[in-house]
Design a binder for this molecule. Structure first.
Ligand code: KIV
Length: 299
């Protein structure tokens, strides 16, 4: 007799209230069944609510939020406190998707103790169910966090926290030797107990070859179609930023343009006194208004 199937959190078409929270076994089951896993970043209450309503499987409070919502030039400056605030706000807007939080640069590299202590803060204060860290060199830190009881997602290929060392924000693994390094990083993180690994900006053919060795769900971003799932940055996919973005970004909306148009129309309405109209104002009984006038005159 086969084991009972893992309950599906996102039954196709099921209303949000009927979905069960996504679990780690369910993600593993999706990999086994070849059902694509959908991950998206979110950084606050409204973006979390959007991810929830859209039925994604995994929400990542990515340190890309350093750029998309905090306006830093890279992911490097963002602090643990800032990421915790984004994570807690995201938690409040989510019910179903698994919530993963990025450990920011400088918060886990120094020692296993530092890594575990930071991961614990994201779980206890941020409400995350798992954390993500970057690079095969951090396999030992991943192992320590897993041993402390916190699930870890790894991240290989283009690892933005160490982009300077990698020669900038560019695709990785484009030579045989570099592709082999990416493979070693992924296998080291898998060996360390990561429940899932992100492949970022590597050739599709390299990801395809590597998938044969991957026992845990792999989530791709700019890694082709062979991975077990895909992740995109919320602001990239909705067009809430300037510029065209990386090659792998597919835009599903142009909300930046929509938002500017909306605010511009408001500016115009206020300046031309079309807003507020009578519909937008509160009324008062004429008797009460007279009473008010008398009180005002006497004061
Ligand atoms: O911070 C982030 O948004 C990420 C994704 C690109 C995977 O790490």
């Amino acid at each position: 007799m086969s084991a009972s199937p893992v309950p599906t959190a996102v039954a196709p078409g099921a209303p949000p209230a009927e979905r069960l929270p996504v679990s780690l076994p369910e993600l593993a089951e999706k990999k086994r069944l070849g059902e694509p896993i959908v991950m998206v970043t979110a950084y606050d209450y409204p973006s979390a609510q959007v991810a929830e309503a859209a039925g994604v499987d995994v929400v990542l409070v990515g340190d890309s939020g350093a750029m998309t919502v905090l306006g830093y030039p890279s992911t490097v400056p963002v602090s643990v406190e800032e990421m915790l605030m984004l994570c807690a706000a995201t938690r409040r807007g989510l019910r179903t998707p698994l919530l993963v939080a990025d450990l920011p640069f400088g918060s886990y590299e120094a020692s296993d103790e530092q890594a575990v202590a930071t991961a614990q803060r994201f779980v206890k204060e941020g409400g995350a169910e798992a954390v993500k860290l970057e690079g095969g060199a951090m396999a030992q830190r991943a192992r320590a966090i897993v041993q402390a009881g916190i699930p870890v997602m790894g991240h290989v290929g283009l690892t933005p926290q160490t982009a300077t060392q990698l020669g900038g924000y560019r695709a990785q693994g484009r030579t045989g030797a570099r592709a082999h390094e990416v493979a070693c990083d992924a296998l080291a993180l898998q060996q360390a107990g990561c429940f899932s690994i992100v492949f970022e900006a590597i050739p599709a053919a390299v990801a395809h070859e590597l998938m044969e060795r991957m026992e845990v769900p792999v989530i791709g971003i700019g890694a082709g179609a062979a991975t077990d799932g895909q992740v995109l940055v919320f602001h990239d996919l909705l067009g809430i930023r300037e510029g065209v973005g990386a090659r792998f970004v597919k835009r599903y909306a142009d909300l930046q343009d929509e938002m500017v148009a909306g605010v511009r129309a408001y500016v115009e309405d206020v300046r031309t006194q079309r807003y507020p109209a009578p519909d937008h104002t509160y009324s008062i009984d004429p008797v009460e208004l007279d009473a008010f006038r008398r009180l005002l005159a006497d004061s």
